[in-house]
Design a protein around this ligand. Structure first.
Ligand SMILES: NC(=O)c1ccc[n+]([C@@H]2O[C@H](COP(=O)([O-])OP(=O)(O)OC[C@H]3O[C@@H](n4cnc5c(N)ncnc54)[C@H](O)[C@@H]3O)[C@@H](O)[C@H]2O)c1
Length: 333
């Protein structure tokens, strides 16, 4: 039996998820779309075989045809929608971040715990990217000895217009916090955020450099550059005791001409992580129809935002900030 999916938010990501669900994933069908802009909701619904559309996301959650919900609205709206899904007993795949602060993520963990079953998946889709998957296997199998260092870069061509200085951390760097935890299987214990003195950087204080310390002495440097101008480029090099792994970057063909060569970069994340979004959706639907849950859970969403909270404090103070450890009540979740 095909599961009825509702999507909240029909912007860049919501429309892309709607297409992925309609075209590439079996076992579920798009039945409704909601967006604050109802015209946009209607367009995304119709383009992908659904006819129900709402300007109010809470109305979509209450729709009996909607059995599970994908939240792809702006970050600050996530928690309200996720809590409403839990109240309605509907599983939810929430785009990252689960919430802009760790405190709000805790509300989700508490609500899910009260229900007594796992209901939430967080859209840290890099966990489904084949190149990151291979890097994960290298660490798990200790093929190159233990991990020592990671060098990471997260570059966008231009920051979206709605981006605030905090979002370089809460919206962009969170991907790095999650993938560092997932790759190494270690928690992040401290973070130092530095911004370079770039003239004309504007309010974003772009680019940022973060020094991330993980359990067991593993270190990572993370560049977040939201206005890198040339394209969307995500890099990770893993340095282990007896070798290194450089994250593959699927790129279009190389052109050679006039004594040079040219390789273009994707304009944004959809060109780089399309396969990861598809595999993430497929895994979520497989769980909905009776399989095992895969992917990041609410705890992972919370863990990434604990680091984000510390990174923001460090950006303000310039100091190295230790990441708050979870209290016993939370750790038991
Ligand atoms: N996983 C990833 O790689 C990735 C990449 C980009 C964005 N995201 C996340 O996806 C989410 C959406 O980002 P986007 O780039 O699509 O943004 P967007 O601005 O393109 O789209 C957001 C949409 O939400 C709608 N909206 C605003 N308030 C709403 C509300 N209260 N209820 C319903 N709809 C509302 C807007 O009208 C807009 O259509 C964000 O949380 C962002 O962090 C994730």
């Amino acid at each position: 039996m095909s599961k009825g999916i509702g999507i909240i938010g029909a912007g860049v990501m919501g429309a892309d998820h709607a297409r992925t669900l309609a075209v590439h994933v079996g076992g579920a069908e798009l039945v409704a779309v909601s967006d604050a802009d109802d015209t946009r909701a209607a367009a995304a619904a119709r383009a992908n075989g659904a006819w129900r559309h709402y300007s109010d996301g809470f109305a979509l959650i209450e729709d009996p045809a909607v059995e599970a919900v994908l939240v792809a609205s702006p970050d600050a709206t996530h928690v309200g929608f996720v809590l409403a899904c839990l109240k309605a007993g509907k599983p939810v795949l929430c785009e990252k971040p689960l919430a802009p602060t760790a405190g709000e993520c805790l509300e989700v963990i508490e609500a899910e715990r009260r229900l007594g079953r796992r209901m939430v998946q967080v859209g840290f889709m890099r966990r489904f990217d084949p190149a990151y998957g291979e890097m994960h296997d290298v660490v798990k199998q200790e093929a190159l000895g233990r991990p020592l260092l990671l060098h990471c870069a997260h570059r966008n061509a231009t920051a979206p217009g709605f981006f605030t200085p905090e979002m370089s951390i809460t919206n962009a760097a969170v991907h790095e916090f999650d993938i560092l935890r997932w790759l190494t299987g270690r928690e992040i214990v401290a973070v130092t955020t530095l911004n370079c003195a770039r003239k004309g950087a504007g309010p974003l204080r772009d680019p940022l450099m973060l020094l991330v310390e993980l359990d067991g002495g593993i270190l990572a440097d993370v560049e977040v550059f939201m206005n890198a101008a040339y394209g969307y480029d995500v890099r990770t090099e893993l340095v282990c005791e007896s070798g290194t792994v450089d994250l593959g970057r699927p790129l279009p063909n190389m052109r050679r001409f006039a004594g040079g060569q040219l390789q273009s970069f994707p304009g944004d994340w959809r060109g780089r992580f399309g396969e990861a979004y598809r595999l993430q959706m497929q895994a979520w639907v497989a769980w909905l129809v009776g399989g095992e849950p895969r992917g990041a859970d609410a705890w992972d969403g919370y863990a990434a935002m604990r680091v984000a909270d510390a990174a923001l404090q460090s950006l303000e103070s310039g100091a190295r900030i230790e990441v708050a450890t979870a209290g016993p009540a939370v750790a038991a979740a």
